[in-house]
Design a protein around this ligand. Structure first.
Ligand code: SF4
Length: 897
């Protein structure tokens, strides 16, 4: 941290709390409390870059919606009372029903130190392995695939491999939106060395738009594609015989399983042409420096682990692993998914990449911890864990920093299960989550900017998250709460930590112990004796950091040395399997789920940012034009999406980005932000048999038009009241809120309804209303002023409302005196002399799609940089550059045709 005494500012180097890229952030806190965010030029993950989410972190650190005191059943309580109650409920359940009657459900949001302590309490002292993490939903299949092939959960490569590769295959990963800084690094390298990219994804994502080749495979056909590649490589001299012979085992069986697939069969199964498949296989075979990047599109499948191994098989066969610009590369969705994996946050593994089902490993950890108990069987994985909550086997549950009522498959059932559990504690930074609403006890946790500890990113780099904000008086760290409950359960001595550095040292010492008789990948020996000051100053550090070494070894497996008993990497024979559920007449569409560019997880943080809410402010269903035609959907119509598990009501987005028969919905929205848009309420609880990861990318659904009697849009300085509205979606604006609404039946009294939405009374003396009603067309417009200040506006119509939303929300708080100006405001559009920017593309500079189209058409811009120079779009964080490229390509296509 550096102090600028003259200005009263402090600048702290910390780490972004969103995706697994793990970018370094310099957070400057001004004397007036304002937070300014900049990318850390020294951080090796991002070298100063940030995406839109990281750039707008400063908008998310207010105390709005924060949980600031412990609560017991909705009433503020003391820490003592709250912790006593948690401990007594856990103790009672353990005494009466055994240790497996309690569980922790934790999160990739926890810091490594929190994870370590939670895992230690559950596995070593309570004596159950019932601790699982929301990372189960994100990358458990990668963990399982790594362990099967490498003997440990080792990520072999580094981010710089994406800059040193000549070919990058991106499988089931929309890197441009989900790991934007990694995408930017890749794009910059492409410019320099001409790296070719191949995107394998059923959707034409932002990443696919800029790729050299897009293979829009049928959902779930990845194993067929990579088995076909393995087979083709074998038949066409693509194998590295020396590497296979010296460092691997199992190639014959893997090939036997893969080989029946002819290229024609693969093409038919994947929904591609023989030419497309051949071109991909040839490019892969010819390109030594190839990296295959994959994430949730591979992992979130009932064949997720097999997909991972099908990819790894091809890299083992070509010996392309652990060398510059080569290797399979799993990128994680959460800031500390890797830290959780390292400290044993998954129910089926021990800390330090040790195994629960290995007696030597259990002994080692138990001895090190001086633990009274150590389970010898795996605990319940996430979906099974909530099944056990539903059927009463789990009597006491502690949910830390996550929102399973939204993010678990069959989410309505999960919500009911949590509601029915005998005792539920939730520790979180906010009470405004669907899960927190169900808790018996709420424990206020430190938020990003207050927390202090470490996280590990997707390339095994440990970085510090440092505290730079004043910590609210009654808010505590997660590790402290866990330690306090441990003490009340009688284990105080083992949890008497003085701070996160103390915990980190113990964890690092355990990695050393784990390497004494066992040769392991994870070793933090060089950090086992860091002082508090050294820990505070710790620079981003790759592991392993073995004692006596200065530098990490960097990559793994170039010369073999796998962590299997014979030190050979394993080919895994994998068969192509269909997804668990199939479409039928009642559910003819395949639903895919995923992230959007500017929101993260269940919006508990990004939802607070007005800037981020400008990009895509509503939940939507992408549906192909042919399907929309067949269903009679017009643009912006509302649709009900139904699966055997639940239903959602969202806006239709008609686009050829999805193939006919497939639809896509974002994963972020929940009951805090929309009436019925929790996509995981639709998703079946089908899981991969090895990893336990749910199949979130393949849900058979039906889509039916919603017969709306009216549509409405409102902007308000106060949070609008949407009670009784069939469809609503809220978003933050700079000076208030914006909300989209719709209902089956029109309100009988428009003004009464609109006043209700704005939370105003018709009789309030200081409120002035200007309104107009179009009785013939069924429309209504109203603006409300307190004195001369605009405090709200409501626009309703029989069709989707056509007003300039960004302009209207920007008027909130304006003084509007003249009657003519007030009447003009009811037009819902800026004056004819001012141009409509269109849908906001660049949230840093607030540049819309229309602005960019004008720059292309009127100013002659032909490159992203030229558009940036002309409009300012894409020159700050760069997250919108793929969308600018698409607009440029559209314009070029129009001109050519
Ligand atoms: Fe944060 Fe964006 Fe970097 Fe991910 S890519 S860590 S969200 S700044």
């Amino acid at each position: 941290m550096s102090d600028a005494a003259s200005t009263g500012e402090t600048c702290t180097a910390t780490t972004c709390p969103y995706c697994g890229v793990g970018c370094g952030v310099n957070a400057t806190l001004a004397a007036d409390g304002k937070v300014t965010i900049a990318g850390d030029k020294e951080h090796p993950a991002n070298f100063g870059r940030l995406c839109s989410k990281g750039t707008h972190l400063g908008e998310t650190v207010s105390l709005d919606d924060r949980l600031l005191h412990p609560e017991i059943r909705g009433q503020q309580a003391s820490w003592n009372d709250a912790l006593d109650l948690v401990a007594s409920k856990f103790r009672a359940a353990i005494d009466e029903h055994g240790p497996d009657s309690v569980a922790f459900y934790v999160s990739g949001q926890l810091l490594t130190e929190d994870y370590y302590v939670a895992n230690k309490l559950m596995k070593g002292f309570i004596g159950s392995a019932n601790i699982d993490t929301n990372s189960r939903l994100c990358m458990a299949s990668s963990v399982a695939g790594h362990k099967r092939a490498f003997g440990t959960d080792t990520v072999p490569g580094l981010y710089e491999d994406l800059e040193q590769a000549d070919m990058i295959v991106l499988v089931g990963t929309n890197l441009a939106w989900c790991h934007p800084v990694l995408y930017q690094r890749m794009q910059a390298a492409r410019k320099e060395r001409g790296t070719r990219t191949v995107v394998i994804d059923p959707r034409r994502t932002a990443t696919a738009e800029t790729a050299d080749m897009h293979l829009a495979i049928q959902p779930g056909s990845d194993v067929a594609l990579f088995n076909g590649l393995l087979s083709w490589l074998a038949q066409n001299g693509g194998f590295d015989g020396a590497y296979i012979a010296d460092h691997t085992a199992g190639v014959a069986e893997a090939l036997r399983t893969a080989e029946p697939a002819t290229i024609e069969c693969v093409a038919a199964r994947c929904g591609l042409t023989v030419d497309q498949i051949t071109a991909f296989y040839q490019m892969f075979a010819r390109t030594e420096r190839t990296v295959t990047v994959y994430s949730q599109g591979v992992n979130q499948s009932t064949a997720g682990t097999d997909k991972v191994n099908a990819i790894i098989n091809c890299h083992l066969a070509t010996g392309r692993i652990g060398r510059p610009g080569m290797g399979p590369f799993s990128v994680t969705g959460q800031p500390n998914a890797m830290g959780g994996r390292e400290t044993g946050g998954l129910a089926n593994q021990l800390t330090c990449h040790l195994e629960l089902d290995d007696p030597a490993h259990r002994d080692l950890v138990q001895t090190f911890w001086r633990a009274p108990a150590m389970p010898d069987v795996a605990g319940l994985k996430a979906v099974d864990l909530f099944d056990a909550v539903a059927d009463g086997r789990i009597k006491a549950l502690w949910i830390m920093a996550t929102n399973p009522a939204v993010s678990l498959p069959d989410a309505d059932r999960v919500r009911d299960a949590i509601k029915s559990c005998d005792f539920v504690a939730v520790s979180d930074v906010t009470r405004a989550t669907d899960t927190a609403a169900l808790a018996d006890v709420l424990l206020p946790a430190q938020a990003w900017g207050e927390k202090d500890g470490t996280v590990t990113n997707s390339e095994r780099r440990i970085s510090r998250q440092r505290s730079f904000l004043p910590i609210p008086e009654d808010v505590r760290s997660d590790w402290w709460m866990i330690g306090q409950v441990a003490a009340r359960l009688g284990f105080g001595d083992a949890f008497a930590y003085e701070g996160p550095a103390d915990i980190f040292r113990e964890y690092a010492r355990l990695t050393v112990a784990a390497n004494e008789n066992l040769d392991r990948d994870l070793d933090l020996g060089a950090l086992a004796a860091v002082t508090d000051a050294e820990y505070d100053a710790m620079a981003p550090t790759l592991w392993p950091q073995r004692a006596g070494t200065q530098e990490s070894e960097g990559r793994f497996f170039a010369e073999g040395g796998f962590f299997t008993p014979d030190r050979r990497g394993r080919f895994i024979a994998v068969e192509d399997r269909a997804p668990a559920a199939a479409t039928d007449i009642a559910h003819p569409f395949v639903l895919n789920t995923g992230r959007i560019r500017d929101q993260w997880h269940t919006m508990t943080r990004t939802g607070l940012s007005p800037s981020l809410s400008q990009h895509l402010s509503e939940p939507f269903l992408e549906i192909a034009p042919a399907d929309a035609d067949r269903l009679g959907l017009s643009p912006a119509a509302l649709v009900r999406v139904t699966s055997p598990y639940g239903d959602c009501l969202v806006r239709a987005l008609i686009t050829d980005r999805v193939q006919p028969g497939q639809v896509f919905m974002p994963m972020h929205w929940n009951d805090q932000w929309s009436g019925r848009a929790r996509v995981d309420a639709l998703v079946a609880p089908n899981v991969d048999p090895v990893s336990g990861q749910p199949e979130a990318k393949y849900t058979p659904v039906s889509v039916t038009p919603f017969a709306a009697g009216f549509y409405a849009f409102a902007a308000s300085t106060e949070r609008p009241d949407t009670t009784g509205t069939d469809y609503w979606t809220l978003a933050r604006a700079a000076d208030g809120w914006r909300v989209e609404m719709a209902g089956a039946g029109r309100p009988a009294d428009w003004m009464a309804w609109a006043l209700g939405v704005l939370g105003l009374s018709r009789d309030a003396a200081d409120i002035q209303i200007v309104s107009s009603e179009d009785r013939a067309g069924g429309g209504y417009r109203m603006a409300a002023y307190r004195g001369d200040v605009l405090i709200g506006a409501v626009f309703a119509a029989a069709q989707p409302v056509a007003v300039d939303r960004a302009w209207l929300t920007g008027r909130l708080g304006d003084t509007v005196k003249a009657a003519a100006s007030r009447a003009a405001l009811l037009a819902g559009r800026r004056g004819v002399d001012k141009k409509d920017p269109g849908a906001i593309v660049c949230t840093c500079m607030f540049v819309g799609a229309n602005d960019i189209r004008r720059a292309i058409a009127e100013e002659g811009c032909t490159t992203v940089d030229a558009v940036g120079a002309c409009t300012g779009a894409g020159i700050t964080c760069g997250s919108c550059r793929p969308e600018i490229e698409v607009l440029l390509a559209d314009a070029a296509l129009k001109e050519a045709s």
